[in-house]
Each structure stands twice: as structure tokens, then as C-alpha cells.
Write a protein that binds this ligand. Structure first.
Ligand code: ADP
Length: 157
């Protein structure tokens, strides 16, 4: 049976840190659904549709096989169940990520015990990269081309 995982996040926008986690998840799972979890109350920098386009272009450009992209404004675990996924993928950078992920995992388990989470430790090259830091650096005039895929760079400009 095909092993499917969901990689949920804001991806506002996707960074090379996210891409690294996605590629590593695809070493374990046959299919990874990159799920833009969209909360209407938080407007964000890019619209969910723009985020989806940037991810799809990056997947295409980098030749990543087995990844699909979707958007939800609902609960991630419910989405995972409905799409026959068994696991959620998350990434960990600093200790602060751990605290947040620990609570998120407990909440997810409360909703649905059968969906488990798999955590990937950040690659040293990407440990300082977040979507918000990329935007801040770009707005401050820094060249962020080593930090994001070309599809994102194009839209930032
Ligand atoms: P969220 O708002 O759900 O945290 P993000 O898009 O910021 O969404 O991140 C999605 C997931 O990817 C989170 O688990 C986050 O810790 C992880 N992640 C983000 N950037 C990196 C990175 N540079 N290295 C490893 N994991 C990362």
C-alpha cells in the first residue's frame, strides 16, 4: 500500500528549509502532500493560491517526485484521515520549535490518535531560515537567493 504523509504549514512563502524537509520525507514516504494550512483570521504575506503556485513551481523546477500541494482551512489531522495519510511531517530547528511542536502534537493526538507525527531535524545550513526571516532580510535589501527557490525569489522581486 502507498505510504502517504501530510506536511502541513503556513509556507508563507516556502523556503529551502521546507524543501529540505520535504525531500527527506520523500525518502520514507511514497507521497507527501504539502498542505497549506490556511486560517482566514491571519491574512499572511502571500495568498494561499500564490503559496501553492510557488510550491508547485519549485517542485517542478527541482524535479521532486511524489509531492503534491493542497490548501485547507480545516484541521490537518482530519485532512490526513480523509486523504489516507498515516503521518504528519514537521521540522525542528531550535528548542523553541520543540515547545511549540510538542503542544501541537498533543493537540493533534487528542483529535485523532491514529495519525502520528514524524519530526526531521533541520539541516545546519537551514537552521536560521524561516519564512518571516526571509521576508525581513529581503525587505532590508539582503539577497535571499540562497534561501528560497527561484519561484519565490521571482515573486519577492
Ligand atoms: P507553521 O506556521 O505551521 O509553523 P511553517 O511554514 O512556518 O508553518 O513551518 C512548517 C513546518 O516546517 C514546521 O514544522 C517548521 O518547524 C518547519 N520548518 C520551517 N522552516 C524550517 C527549517 N529551516 N528547517 C527545518 N524545519 C523547518
Amino acid at each position: 500500500m502507498k505510504k502517504v504523509a501530510v506536511y502541513p504549514g503556513s509556507f508563507d512563502p516556502i523556503t529551502n528549509g521546507h524543501i529540505d524537509i520535504l525531500k527527506r520525507a520523500l525518502n520514507i514516504f511514497d507521497e507527501v502532500i504539502v498542505l497549506i494550512a490556511y486560517n482566514n483570521a491571519k491574512s499572511g504575506c502571500f495568498s494561499p493560491t500564490e503559496r501553492k503556485e510557488m510550491i508547485e513551481e519549485a517542485i517542478e523546477e527541482l524535479g521532486i517526485k511524489g509531492a503534491v500541494v493542497d490548501i485547507t482551512d480545516g484541521l490537518t489531522v482530519k485532512y490526513a484521515l480523509e486523504h489516507n495519510a498515516t503521518h504528519l511531517i514537521r521540522g525542528l530547528r531550535a528548542v523553541t520549535d520543540f515547545e511549540y511542536e510538542f503542544k501541537l502534537n498533543a493537540g493533534n493526538k487528542f483529535v485523532e490518535k491514529t495519525i502520528d507525527s514524524v519530526f526531521f531535524m533541520t539541516d545546519n545550513d537551514y537552521e536560521f531560515i524561516s519564512s518571516s526571516s526571509v521576508i525581513e532580510l529581503h525587505n532590508g535589501g539582503v539577497d535571499v537567493s540562497p534561501l528560497v527557490p527561484k519561484s519565490v525569489l521571482k515573486r519577492l522581486k
